[in-house]
Design a protein around this ligand. Structure first.
Ligand code: ACM
Length: 504
C-alpha cells in the first residue's frame, strides 16, 4: 500500500485494507456541541460542499450511520494516542484520524486538533470522477514536534492586502502552520493603522520600495485577518520594528528626530541607517502609544519588537530602547518577541538576563555568533529558529531564479528541508526551542504570484521540519509526496516553482 501524500508527515499513519470512504452528495458532518468543534465542522462543510457541488449538513447527533465525518472532542489524552510526557503546549493540536469504508472519525482534545486532522483527511483524499472524492481507509495518530510553526511576511517593503493575506493564511493552514508573523513597519512604509498615531499610515502608508504603490491594513482589516487566521487555529504576531528600521515613523513624526523635522521617505533597500533616540522627549510616548495600541488590537499572546540591524547606535542606548519597548509590551500583558539582536540587550556583558518576564528570541543571522542567544536561552529565554540559509524564502532557488535575494545563499527545496532544528544552536537547551519560522522579505516581491512562487514548495518543506518527528522525515519521501499537492495549489490559483530536484 502506498503512503498517503500528507505533508507534514504524520507521526503514525497506517493504511488499512478495505474500500475507500466516498465524499459526495449526502455526506454529513457530525460535531458539537462545543463551539470549536462546530466552527471547524462548518468550515469543513463549506469546503466539501463546494468541492462536491451540494450543501453538506452539520448535525449534532451521531446515530451511527454511514457516510458521516465525525469531529469528536475528548478530554482523554489516550484517545488521541498522546504519551503522558508530551509537552502540554502540543496537546491541543494532537488528533487521531480513523477512516473506514463507512465513516471518518477525527478525535482531538481541542478544536485545533480537529482542524489539523481535517487537513490530513483533505490531503488523503483524491478525486474519483463524477465530482466525488475518495479516501483510502487509514489510521493516523499525530501531533506536532514544535509548538511554534510560523511564517513571517514583510508587508513593509511591498504591501500585501487583506485578500492576499487570506490566501497566505489558507496556504499556511494547509501545512498545519500556526503563527502568522506580520512585519508591519520598516524604513519604506508603515502598514497598520494605529488609532493614537494616525499620521503613521496617513503619511507613511503610501510609500514602498522602488516607488511602488503602498497601502496599509485598517484596524478592521487587521481584525479580519486575525479572525480568518484564528478560525484556522493560526495566531497573528504583529511586529513593530524598533529601534532601527524606523524611517517610516520618522517620516511621519518629526518629534522622533533630533532636528524635529521629519525625514524624507525612503524607497531604497539599504538597512541599518534609521534609528530612534532614547533621549528625545517624543520617543517613550511614541513607543507607549504604538505598542499599547498594537497589543490592544491583538488577541494573541505575543508582540514582536524587531530589534534587528541597528548599525548606528551604541550598545547602551540600544539596550535602553529595547527595554523601554519590552516594558510597554509587558505592561500591555503580552510576551515580547525580538530578533536575535535583542539578546544583547537581555544579557549585558554576560550577566544573567532578567528572567522575570518571558521573552522569545528569534535567531536568523548565521553570519553572527550566537553566544548572546545561547546565554539568553540559558537564562530562560525561549528561542525561535529562522536560520536564513534554510528558511529565508525570499532567497533565490538558484542563480537563474528571476526574483529574490541571495545574501544568505541560494536555497533549493532540499536545502529548506534537510536540516535539524536542534542542531542549529547546540548550546541552547532543547526545551527552550519553541519552534521554527520561515520568513519572506519583500524587497523584490511585488505580487501574489511573486510571493507564492517563492513559498511553494519550500513552505511545505519547512512545515514538515517544524511539525514532523525526526524519524518520520526523509527527503526521498517528501519529494515523492509533494507532486500530489500541485492540483490543490493550482485550484487555489497559486504559482509554484518547478524544482528540478522533484519528479513532478
Ligand atoms: C532580518 O532579517 N533583518 C531579521
Amino acid at each position: 500500500m502506498t503512503e498517503i501524500p500528507v505533508i507534514p508527515a504524520p507521526l503514525e499513519a497506517e493504511r488499512r485494507p478495505g474500500e475507500p470512504f466516498v465524499i459526495g452528495p449526502g455526506l454529513r458532518i457530525v460535531a458539537g456541541p462545543e463551539p470549536d468543534a462546530v466552527s471547524t465542522a462548518i468550515l469543513v462543510a463549506g469546503r466539501v460542499g463546494e468541492a462536491v457541488g451540494t450543501p453538506v449538513a452539520v448535525v449534532e447527533e451521531d446515530d451511527g450511520s454511514a457516510g458521516v465525518i465525525v469531529l469528536r472532542l475528548t478530554a482523554d489524552r489516550t484517545d488521541v494516542g498522546l504519551p503522558a510526557d508530551v509537552d502540554p503546549r502540543l496537546a491541543d493540536e494532537a488528533y487521531r484520524l480513523e477512516v473506514s469504508t463507512e465513516r471518518v472519525v477525527v478525535t482531538a482534545l481541542a478544536g485545533a486538533g480537529l482542524f489539523r486532522g481535517v487537513i490530513t483527511l483533505q490531503q488523503s483524499s483524491r478525486p474519483s470522477g463524477g465530482g466525488l472524492y475518495e479516501v483510502p481507509p487509514v489510521h493516523v495518530v499525530d501531533h506536532p514536534r514544535f509548538s511554534w510553526r510560523g511564517l513571517s511576511v514583510d508587508l513593509a517593503r511591498h504591501f500585501f492586502d487583506l485578500e492576499q493575506l487570506r490566501s497566505v493564511v489558507d496556504l499556511m493552514a494547509s501545512y498545519k502552520l500556526n503563527v502568522l508573523h506580520l512585519h508591519l513597519t520598516d524604513d519604506q512604509g508603515w502598514r497598520l493603522e494605529i488609532p493614537s498615531r494616525p499620521e503613521l499610515t496617513a503619511v507613511s502608508g503610501t510609500t514602498a520600495v522602488g516607488g511602488d504603490p503602498g497601502g496599509w491594513l485598517t484596524g478592521q482589516d487587521y481584525a479580519a485577518i486575525v479572525t480568518h487566521a484564528a478560525s484556522r487555529f493560526i495566531t497573528v504576531v504583529p511586529e513593530i520594528d524598533i529601534p532601527g528600521h524606523v524611517n517610516a515613523a520618522l517620516h511621519a513624526y518629526g518629534e522622533l528626530t533630533p532636528s524635529g523635522e521629519p525625514t524624507r521617505e525612503y524607497t531604497g533597500t539599504d538597512v541599518g541607517f534609521s534609528r530612534l533616540h532614547v533621549d528625545l522627549p517624543g520617543t517613550a510616548p511614541f513607543l507607549r502609544d504604538v505598542l499599547g495600541d498594537v497589543a490592544a488590537m491583538t488577541p494573541g499572546a505575543h508582540v514582536h519588537i524587531g530589534g534587528d540591524e541597528v548599525l548606528t547606535m551604541d550598545a547602551e542606548e540600544y539596550r535602553r530602547l529595547v527595554h523601554l519597548a519590552m516594558a510597554e509590551v509587558d505592561a500591555a500583558g503580552k510576551v515580547v518577541v525580538g530578533w536575535q539582536e535583542v539578546a544583547t540587550a537581555l544579557v549585558p556583558d554576560g550577566a544573567p538576563a532578567d528572567a522575570a518576564a518571558p521573552v522569545v528570541v528569534q535567531y536568523w543571522d548565521e553570519r553572527e555568533g550566537a553566544d548572546d542567544v545561547t546565554r539568553a536561552a540559558l537564562a530562560g529565554a525561549d528561542v525561535l529558529l529562522s536560520p536564513a540559509s534554510k528558511v529565508y524564502l525570499d532567497m533565490r532557488y538558484d542563480a537563474s531564479t528571476p526574483l529574490g535575494l541571495d545574501w544568505a545563499g541560494h536555497i533549493e527545496v532540499r536545502d529548506s528541508y534537510e536540516w535539524e532544528p536542534l542542531d542549529v544552536l547546540p548550546g541552547v537547551p532543547r526545551e527552550r526551542v519553541v519552534g521554527v519560522e520561515a520568513a519572506v522579505w519583500t524587497e523584490t516581491i511585488r505580487t501574489s504570484d511573486d510571493l507564492f512562487f517563492l513559498l511553494l514548495p519550500r513552505l511545505a518543506a519547512v512545515a514538515e521540519v517544524a511539525w514532523s518527528a525526526p524519524g518520520r522525515r526523509g527527503w526521498e519521501s517528501f519529494a515523492a509526496r509533494v507532486p500530489a499537492h500541485v492540483p490543490r495549489w493550482e485550484t487555489a490559483g497559486l504559482v509554484w516553482y518547478r524544482s528540478p530536484q522533484i519528479d513532478w
